[in-house]
Design a binder for this molecule. Structure first.
Ligand SMILES: *Cc1c(COP(=O)(O)O)cnc(C)c1O
Length: 197
């Protein structure tokens, strides 16, 4: 792994653009938000002024917000159902966009969490390919029980099996384990910007 160097997404949800600005001025490129409306308000102008900024949707995406999401986000990390896949397929044509998309996997099999069940992953992936979605990798949020490493190594295998190169995993609490398992996109919020209210 000589050239391993994961992308760091600075997850700036809840923070004002004034708070984020020093990082933009420093030249950081990848930023993450979890709400479409907030992203639009904060980033629309900023993205026009800074063409290098790449914006990632890391939160739950409702089908009725897809159109607005595709106008502002370059990557979608949270594709987790067929209806959303169909909507993305339709709107990416209408808007002439080609978003990079992660399938979110419910790696811990938790009822309260979003994501495709790992047993349905390969059929869901096939479904997405038929819709011409640009699926680049898998995303997960493991259970909050200090066993992230185990789940990260599991999702790494799932990605390998599907020949997907990108893995979106690792947050402030578990990014070290994510790096140990070759995450390609870390999503880090509070360790960069401070605690959220
Ligand atoms: C908020 C958020 C993060 C960042 O979380 P931190 O613990 O603050 O690093 C990462 N991923 C998703 C999906 C989030 O909603």
């Amino acid at each position: 792994m000589n050239n391993y160097s994961p992308n760091i997404i600075a997850v700036s949800k809840t923070f004002s653009i004034d708070h984020i600005k020093p990082l933009i001025d420093f030249g950081h490129m990848h930023f993450g938000e979890n709400k479409v409306q907030e992203a639009k308000e904060k980033w629309e102008k900023m993205k026009i002024e800074n063409k290098n900024i790449i914006l990632h949707m890391v939160g739950k995406l409702q089908s009725n917000k897809v159109k607005h999401a595709l106008k502002i986000f370059d990557y979608i990390h949270s594709l987790d159902n067929e209806k959303l896949a169909e909507k993305l397929a339709k709107e990416q044509i209408n808007l002439n966009k080609n978003p990079k998309i992660f399938i979110q996997v419910n790696i811990g099999g938790e009822d309260q969490k979003s994501g495709i069940n790992k047993n349905h992953l390969s059929s869901f992936y096939e479904f997405c390919l038929k819709l011409n979605l640009n699926i680049i990798g898998l995303m997960c949020i493991p259970p909050n029980d200090n066993r992230s490493g185990k789940f990260f190594s599991e999702i790494k295998k799932l990605a390998l099996n599907l020949n997907l190169n990108e893995i979106s995993m690792g947050m402030s609490n578990d990014y070290i384990q994510a790096v140990e398992n070759n995450a390609t996109f870390l999503r880090i919020g509070s360790s960069i910007f401070g605690q959220r209210n």
